[in-house]
Design a protein around this ligand. Structure first.
Ligand code: CA
Length: 443
């Protein structure tokens, strides 16, 4: 496996002439995440890079002759997903050049600074888009503490909480790509079929158990041929980057429909992603060993086992969950978690997804699964927060067991390490709006 290495683009002493990038921005010079946006009044999607409170228009910078390396990212065909489909060498060359052009102390930046008006936009003037035309979306279940709590809720003991396959196989299901939305898109409470407690027959109506799921989204960057698996050694090179992902879930619809075949309409009414794709290059200083397996855990099968991936295939990412209850002015942090609670690495998830020969395409999206941690305040979903000792989640004066209409839920993530600039993921945010009126008889 060949993970990107740490180089002078990670030097924490470098600062940018874009002043807002210095200090506490999620998007300092060392981050440079990729995204798609439109300018106010225009409809053409444009490829961009976040720097502080601004967005670099890659095509405009290339047109000015300052970023020839970006040419492969600027394919005119929007279906090609050129931004995320660029080869790792291209991504890394663009990063190096951009870092020099935006660096306050590099002579190379003089020309860029003089022509900033041509390619630098205020982020507030840009409407962010889902960063790719997503061909396929799969969601996994790699959060081991989430899975264990699910088992215990179903009456299994702590020791037997995980199903027998859990430690052998990255569990997943195929989701809907059509309803993946960008941050700040309202999420409409779904109508659906569910059975109320103690009722004999199901009803159809607005979900009463709308929940969130804190996940990491993995964006794929390379096409493969049908029938061609991806080896664990090369799996990381298929990852174009990461964003936050909220797999909104209607628990009442989900639990009634999932017998035999798993989640369906209780999930597909909406999934929210943060717009900026944090690249593997930006995350080079923030790698961790894979989840430490206990002595009784099985070794992964060879198609999921790579020495480098075991040594540094996980990510040092801290997550926070914020809730602004309906009617409140301020959001309250209700939980925090960490990517180290994922039992499977992103590379193992990619290798497993492709192991049967199902082809991958640039712009495909994989969710890791809910990232709940071991502590009570590390829940990645309301389902994991509520138990006999903790009947509600408190957010200021509000108490919740599920989301109310008007609630706004926000996920954030940061990578921090001594000696390196902290980088952030931005926001993955959505407010709940009431269910659509239904022509059917409701609950
Ligand atoms: Ca999920």
């Amino acid at each position: 496996m060949t993970l990107p290495s740490i180089d002078d683009t990670h030097d924490q002493t470098r600062s940018s002439w874009v002043e807002s990038a210095n200090g506490h921005s999620s998007f300092p010079l060392q981050n440079l995440p990729l995204g798609m946006f439109t300018l106010a009044g225009a409809s053409t999607p444009r490829a961009g890079v976040a720097i502080g409170d601004s967005v670099v228009d890659l095509a405009a910078l290339a047109q000015a002759g300052l970023l020839p390396e970006a040419a492969p990212m600027l394919d005119g065909d929007p279906a090609a997903n050129a931004l995320l489909g660029a080869a790792p060498e291209v991504r890394s060359a663009v990063r190096r050049r951009l870092c020099d052009l935006l660096d306050a102390g590099k002579p190379a930046s003089d020309a860029a600074r003089k022509r900033a008006g041509e390619f630098l936009h205020d982020a507030s003037a840009c409407r962010m888009l889902v960063p790719a035309r997503i061909g396929s979306y799969s969601d996994f279940n790699a959060g081991i503490f989430h899975s264990a709590r699910g088992g215990m809720r179903r009456g299994r003991s702590r020791e037997e909480a995980l199903l027998p396959n859990y430690r052998h196989i990255p569990i997943g299901y195929h989701g809907r790509a059509s309803s993946v939305c960008v941050s700040d898109t309202p999420v409409r409470r779904p109508n659906g079929q569910f059975r109320l407690p103690d009722a004999d027959a199901p009803v159809f109506g607005p979900s009463r158990k709308l929940d969130f799921e804190l996940e990491l989204g993995i964006w794929l960057g390379r096409n493969t041929e049908l029938g061609e698996p991806v080896s664990i050694e090369e799996a990381a090179t298929h990852i174009a980057g990461y964003s936050l992902l909220n797999d909104w879930s209607a628990r009442d619809i989900q639990s009634w429909e999932s017998e035999r075949l798993g989640p369906f309409l209780g999930k597909s009414f909406g999934t929210t992603v943060s717009p900026w794709v944090i690249t593997p290059e930006a995350l080079a200083p923030f790698r961790l060993p894979a989840f430490e397996r206990s002595g009784t855990d099985p070794r992964p099968l060879p198609y999921l086992l790579d020495e480098e991936d075991q040594r540094q295939g996980s990510l040092d990412l801290a997550f926070e969950v914020w809730l602004r209850p309906a009617g409140a002015n301020e959001a309250v942090r209700i939980s925090h978690s960490h990517a180290r609670h994922l039992y499977w690495t992103p590379a193992q998830i990619v290798a497993h997804q492709a192991s049967n020969g199902c082809n991958l395409r640039a712009g495909d999206l994989l969710g890791t699964g809910t990232i709940t941690g071991p502590g009570h305040d590390n829940f990645g979903t309301f389902l994991d927060a509520i138990d006999a000792q903790h009947p509600v989640v408190r957010a200021g004066a509000a108490e919740r067991t599920f989301l109310h209409d008007g609630d706004e839920l926000t996920l954030t993530a940061h990578a921090r390490r001594e000696g390196f600039a902290t980088i952030g993921f931005g926001h993955c945010r959505g407010a709940v709006v009431p269910a659509a009126p239904t022509k059917y008889r409701t609950a």
